[in-house]
Design a protein around this ligand. Sequence first.
Ligand code: CA
Length: 221
Amino acid sequence: MRVLLVEDDDRVAGALIPALVRRGLAIARLATGAGVLERVHEVDVVLLDLGLPDIDGVTLCRQIRAVSDVAIIVVSARGEVDDRIQGLRAGADDYLVKPYDVEELMARVEAVRRRRGENEPVVIRVGDVSVDLSRHEVLVDGRTVALSRKEFQVLALVAGARGAVCSREHVLTEVWGHRGPAESRSLDVHVATLRTKLGRPALIETVRGVGYRLGGQVARS
Ligand code: CA
């Protein structure tokens, strides 16, 4: 899951980011409201501090909602009840009060994702390849391609990022549960096999030193 953290306080961000990364989230951080609207399409959840130096958080929340239906969790300092209510009115899905702990944040993020889950597309199409995440089925040019469980999981993670980069660490943690050299070699083998089985070597692009992403235009469905 990809989270955009909009937080001007370096101490808060510095404590939060490693804790969330350890829990398998991919985090991008902005310290101001500037640039947020350009980034919301790349993430699943926006964690929005309402007290930002350059723009009123409630206004920014409304602007995000105008361009995207991304999940938004607003964060306010204790006592600022009005901000919270305004945030929810401006289209936020939930709110947190500072100081909050990471487990509470994780629970809110997961709850928001669950509540919105039924709207998620479960079939991802790229050219003549379709990956059905709910039925665990892959079709290339209308024909089913048999994949092993791990091969499907790797493909589902890369496809699920819909063109964003999916890091090797994330794939290893999600599929192998461990990030050692043996697992890393196994991932290389699985990606090579996937490219061969699908007959579409350009579908999974290697981003050197980072991970993988889908090659080609991802269709919305
Ligand atoms: Ca702040």
